[in-house]
Design a protein. Structure first.
Lengths: 245, 255
């Protein structure tokens, strides 16, 4: 197996129940330890409220844990795939594309070189001069996805394996995402669908009530998960414009 | 670093562009709004409360050189104090250093003032104040005010998400600044003990800098601006310290 690229060591994260600094803490995650290896796709499975989204935000470096430590190799960038990185709706699709690319860590110059790829992939070139406020939800998702695909993080973080937009674009975007994940990209895929995880991941981390329930080869962990979760697949999807690929 | 500056630039310009698309008159409002406000205050103050002593015509220029710079600071501080809260969408989805956001608010306020400032100079010249080489020292005052705006907005941006109650207080503090910074009256004409209290506000020195140079034919040296500079650097240090300390806590604190 390859070298580890990121390590979680007894990580815990708590929220206060109210603004009062003496109010009780709610531990969303407690004592999470695991390694992420270079080039692998790690699946994270768990029920609603298990702490999956919080775990992703920790992996993305957006928030820091209350206890334990997260270490990663120097200069490693992890990024959440997201469809809307601060669009200003009054501005044109083109302006927003440039701005989002720079928000993802490109320079203005690089963004101008990459924007052709965005326009091409999104398939809405004719709308790039229009303000984003006039876009339909599907067109906005197309633009957002096309921008997100230009990001080149060392660790790609995915909240569900999603294709977006109308039928045609859903196939196209789902395919692009699959290709990306199946390349030598290091990725973490969070899902509550064992089928999706089985398809893409070699190793799976199962979290339940904020703690690691199991960590190991996908088949072993998922079989165990499915035995305890006969109602899988009934949880509502988080984004209305998206469905599992 | 380079890409963060690129981001500040793009988001600043983007916010201004979006702002001009919100109304029919667009950019014109950047100068129209302070002009109308000045006219309003002139009507309110020059006609009644303070007609005596100073002639009304001088008061216009006294008012303009106080009100226009104040409007700049007010918009920088208002924008800065809400900057993290207004960016919670981005901050929840990707990591960015938090100082970027108050900086964007300051950039947009600065660009808007760069349209208002020539207008202010023009009005003062039309009013019969002769430009001289001494006027070049206005640059010192402007630099000092940029530092002041940036520093106080950093401190506000850092504090407001941690103590949400401040959102109620910030507009009041800005209004208090408007009434105590000597925009409508000359602080040096007040009793000594009142002056001593009012001059604790570093912004008073900045406004006096504008009047000294443009209306009184004096120059603004760095030493005269020492107090606001030191106060700003203190606020800057406190603001940066908080922004760095709570860098990865803010996304959790934002409502």
């Amino acid at each position: 197996m390859n070298r580890e690229i990121m390590t979680f060591d007894n990580v815990g994260l708590a929220y206060r129940r109210s603004l009062n600094p003496f109010s009780e803490k709610n531990w969303v995650l407690k004592d999470i330890s695991f390694q992420l290896y270079r080039g692998e796709v790690l699946g994270v499975i768990g029920r609603n409220g298990a702490g999956k989204s919080t775990l992703l935000r920790l992996l993305a470096g957006i928030i820091a844990p209350n206890q334990g430590s997260i270490s990663k190799e120097r200069g490693i960038r992890s990024q959440l795939l997201t469809l809307n990185l601060g669009f200003i709706h009054k501005l044109s699709g083109f302006d927003n594309a440039i701005m989002s690319l720079v928000t993802q860590g490109k320079t203005i110059k690089e963004a101008h070189e990459l924007v052709a790829g965005v326009i091409d992939f999104s398939g809405i070139g004719h709308l790039m001069d229009h303000s984003v406020s006039t876009y339909s939800a599907g067109e906005r998702a197309r633009l957002g996805f096309a921008i997100a695909m230009q990001a080149t993080p060392d660790i790609l973080l995915l909240d569900e394996m999603l294709g977006v937009g109308d039928k045609e674009f859903k196939v196209k975007s789902g395919k692009a995402l699959k290709e990306r994940v199946q390349s030598d990209q290091t990725a973490v895929l969070v899902s509550h669908s064992p089928t999706t995880i089985r398809k893409f991941c070699e190793r799976v981390l199962w979290i339940e009530e904020g703690a690691v329930k199991a960590l190991g080869p996908a088949d072993t962990v998922l079989d165990e998960y499915e035995e305890t979760a006969p109602t899988r697949g009934n949880s509502p999807s988080k984004t209305t414009t998206a469905t599992a690929a | 670093m380079r890409k963060y500056l690129d981001l500040i630039w793009l988001r600043g310009i983007g916010a201004l562009k979006a702002d001009t698309k919100q109304s029919y008159l667009g950019m014109l409002w950047w100068v129209l709004e302070p002009l109308l406000m000045a006219a309003l205050f002139y009507l309110a103050f020059a006609s009644g409360v303070r007609g005596e002593g100073q002639s009304g015509s001088n008061f216009v220029y006294f008012l303009l050189t106080g009100l226009f710079p104040f409007k700049w600071t007010a918009s920088a501080l208002t924008g800065g104090s809400n900057s993290l809260i207004n960016s919670k969408g981005i901050l929840g989805q990707t990591y960015l250093p938090k100082w970027i956001f108050p900086s964007v608010a300051n950039l947009t306020a600065l660009i808007r003032f760069s349209f208002v400032f020539p207008l202010m100079l023009l009005l003062v010249i039309i009013g019969g104040y002769e430009p001289s080489t001494g006027w070049l020292t206005i640059v010192n005052v402007i630099l000092c005010q940029i530092l002041f705006n940036l520093s106080v907005s950093f401190l506000l941006a850092a504090s407001v998400p941690l103590i949400p109650d401040l959102t109620h207080l910030v507009p009041l503090v800005i209004m208090a600044m408007m009434f105590t910074s000597g925009i409508f009256f000359d602080i040096s004409e007040r009793p000594d003990e009142i002056q001593a209290i009012l001059r604790l506000n570093p912004f008073v020195t900045i406004l006096e800098g504008y009047r000294d140079v443009l209306l009184h034919g004096r120059t603004a040296s760095f030493s005269a601006l020492a107090y606001p500079v030191i106060a700003s650097i203190t606020a800057f240090a406190a603001g940066i310290a908080l922004l760095v300390r709570f860098d990865r806590y803010y996304p959790r604190a934002l409502p």
